[in-house]
Ligand binder design. Structure first.
Ligand code: NAD
Ligand code: DAU
Length: 371
């Protein structure tokens, strides 16, 4: 087990990062985090430049309980080298868990440049700053440090009807998003092989749960159902994704950071494949019950739209390695997790509405002391 004291989390105001910070502090994100087994007593520095996807409202409770004591927020772009160097030094960072990224495939098709800047250059900047900060005078690295790079299964490309991505599947990214993440993975691994930077890497499938920006499939569909808006299904709706509850992903990341072997990559998956249209029927059924509306009425709002260019057909992960090597196991059943997630978006109307109206940026200005 590594001894982790001062963790730098990048992208902590986003979906997975904010859930990760809740998990580290043993806080429940509403009905979201159920396991609370992190057992961490150190400090967390959240570095996030608050793009459209960064929302400090997701961390309200963390700020209230731990702000200025064990939790610190720094509004900084990961491409800003002098500021990253200052933060590493000021907080004596020994662990970097790098979530920050431009993460939405559709946006990467419309405007790839920020994806290259943040995902490629930003990752490079962090790696290189860590390399300088953690290096000892003899050229080796401190033995208490680790850089964990968070990545996606999309780097592996697209599967047909059968087969699974393993850690040795060759990279074959198809979108500007996945190719920028693939580049960042290669650069991260190069820092391990070339310089010996203590590093681990994980590639995960589609996450679901609380605090996800309502541009991604599940929160978009749930909020559109709530508002009686059309439910846009790309192509025939027959693409397949493997869904994992966000805290199961974060528990896996925490295990890797604590016990993973440096220079290794670990696949993380839900072993839970769904065709988009079948998943949507399920979400409609759950929402109808909770909203007291007939499911048949909601079904009528399904709208088949033009397909996403280069739309990957199927993702599915073989996560045998993390199971056998680190003893990780998914804990949330999909029935329970999906039900809790639909509930969360329907109940947390203020959080959803603030995003839909753009109000969340004003909330941050008005409420966040250290901005
Ligand atoms: P997100 O878009 O919800 O959050 C990203 C966060 O990064 C935001 O808070 C944003 O403000 C911040 N950010 C973006 N650019 C930045 C920059 N230049 N400097 C500082 N902060 C910046 O993303 P997410 O869904 O939480 O994904 C987190 C990570 O997990 C990403 O690396 C993504 O590739 C990976 N991932 C996501 C999924 C998924 O299903 N969402 C699955 C596998 C891997
Ligand atoms: O696999 C991991 C990846 O999962 C992460 O790396 C990405 O950051 C994350 O955004 C997610 O990528 P996807 O493209 O799979 O997620 P998205 O929610 O955008 O779409 C899921 C599926 O639903 C995909 O097949 C496209 C389809 N879709 C999506 C939207 C937003 C629709 O049919 N309609 C929609 O409106």
């Amino acid at each position: 087990m590594r001894k982790l004291k001062n963790i730098l989390v990048t992208g902590g105001a986003g979906f997975i990062g904010s859930n990760f910070i809740h998990y580290l502090f043993g806080l429940s994100s509403a009905n979201g985090n159920l396991f609370n087994d992190a057992d961490f007593s150190g400090n967390v520095v959240n570095v996030d430049c608050l793009t459209y996807a960064g929302n400090l409202e997701s961390l309200k409770d963390v700020e209230e309980k731990f702000g200025g004591k064990r939790y610190f927020f720094e509004k900084v772009d990961i491409c800003n080298r002098p500021e990253i160097e200052r933060i590493l030094k000021q907080y004596d960072i020994d662990t970097i868990i790098h979530f920050a990224a431009e993460s939405h495939v559709d946006r990467s098709i419309l405007g790839p440049e920020t994806f290259i800047k943040t995902n490629v250059m930003g990752t490079f900047t962090l790696l290189d700053a860590a390399r300088s900060f953690w290096k000892k005078p003899d050229g080796t690295f401190r033995d208490d440090v680790l850089f964990h790079h968070i990545s996606t299964d999309e780097v592996y490309g697209s599967l047909g009807e059968t087969g699974y991505f393993t850690e040795t599947t060759p990279y074959d990214p198809r979108s500007p998003y996945s190719s920028s993440k693939a580049s960042s993975d290669h650069i991260a691994m190069a820092y391990f092989h070339t310089y010996g930077l203590p590093l681990t890497l994980s590639n995960c499938t589609n996450n679901y749960g609380p605090y996800q920006f309502p541009e991604k499939l599940l929160p978009l569909m749930i909020s559109n159902i709530r508002d009686g808006k059309p439910l846009p299904v790309y192509g025939k709706g027959d693409n397949i994704r493997d869904w994992i509850y966000v805290e199961d992903h974060n528990r896996a990341v925490w295990l890797i950071v604590n016990k993973g072997r440096t220079g290794q990559k670990y696949n993380i998956g839900g072993e839970n494949e769904w065709q988009n249209i079948k998943l949507l029927h399920k979400v409609i059924e759950l929402s109808a019950e909770k909203l007291g509306k007939p499911a048949s009425e909601i079904e009528k709002t399904i709208t088949y739209v033009k397909d996403r260019p280069g739309h990957d057909k199927r993702y599915a992960i073989d996560c045998t390695k993390i199971k056998t090597e680190l003893g990780w196991q998914r804990k949330m059943t999909f029935e329970e997790g999906l039900n809790a997630t639909v509930d969360w978006y329907l109940k947390n109307t203020e959080w959803v509405n603030h995003i839909l109206s753009g109000e969340y940026t004003k909330w941050i200005d008005a409420n966040y002391k250290s901005r």
